[in-house]
Design a protein around this ligand. Sequence first.
Ligand code: PHE
Length: 451
Amino acid sequence: MQKRSNFSNKLGFVLAASGSAVGLGNIWRFPYLAAQYGGGTFLLIYLILAVTFGFSLMIAEIALGRKTGLSAISAFKSLDKRFGFLGVLAAAVPIIIFPYYCVIGGWVIKYFSVFITGGVKAAAEDTYFTGFISGTFEPLGWFFLFIALTALVVVCGVEQGIEKVSKFMMPILVILTIIIAVYGLTLNGAMEGLVYYIKPHMSDVSAKTILAAMGQLFYSMSLAMGIMVTYGSYMKKENNLESSVRQIEIFDTGIAFLAGMMIIPAVFAFSGGDRTALSAGPGLMFITLPKVFASMKLGVFIGVIFFVLVFFAALTSAISLMETIVSFFMDKLHWGRKKSALFVFILALIMGVPSSLGFGPLGFISWMGMSVLDIMDFVSNSVLMPIVAFFTCIFVGFIIKPSVIADEVKATDGRFRAESLFTVMIKWVAPFFLIAILASSIASALGIFKI
Ligand code: PHE
């Protein structure tokens, strides 16, 4: 058998895993959710969930990968034959997400190119975004470009490709985010937005807010889809697992927090404190923000760096998705890296086309009011991910037992500081929350109540 590739050191591992975690979820999804669900209240709940629930699940996944040295599709099975199905389910998630994630990645490159070629005014028009995504060849072209760039990095391998790109892109991403956030705060009226964003109001706390924060946490930390299992399998025993997870968490949550800082106060300033601008939902980044940039003095410049940073974030996440799928084929069918990567590239190209065309030529395909891309997103994030996470908890909590994971965490220096928190979360708390998320997303999709 081929020797498994490794990240060269702890920093390489942490940056690559953070590269996976920090993505469109942090920059595009987190700010609009925070804006919709009461600003500071959402933020506080999210933080609490991140250090308890997110922490425990991430420890479990990375430890499973490192212990078995396998990607998810084989890791569960190697520890208990009856749980082979869980590996297959976990493998299905990135296969569904990857193609449509690249479609959105393509939109990001498009916006970058519009800003850099001086098209800010046009991009600020109300109909610009819908006009663009309902096209046929243009969105397809950007999608192809994005997926080709991702494939290029994955073909180069773990150390030469993924680690190198992450070590270069992640620090730049942090710096750019800070620059934009600080600039945004200097705008007239931005302070009010900042207060809304960071001050919790207990009256906003509701089950809906908690569930929304929880769903976001999963997506943002790239949990329940085998990614962290695969990356864990490339991690060396001498690197400390617990402190790595803490660092990834701080990275991911820190960038999400800063993304909110860069977007919410700026939108507040732009709309003169009118909150309806904030409830734009998914359109916040592609529709509202270009207007905000168009109204700023340094808007073109800020817009260009903004889309570069979103591009970096999206690319490193897409790389982790593709790597995870590639590793399934390498582990299961014993294919080489190049062959697996080529296969996944072609598969994702084919699968992504309907998502890309679903806003235009294939617009007639819809299910419960959702376009093809939304359906993919719903099935993977709202249905499969909670199921995979639930069974992962059951698997770790009651089948192999939390002590097996704890031993793996202790492999470096004999310590696992948060062991009791981990055990209680995995066995008793997380499974209940996960069932609640699943029930609520299905109920909201069926229109029983709107989340
Ligand atoms: N965690 C990534 C983000 O926040 C999203 C992602 C989801 C990445 C699934 C990979 C896989 O954008």
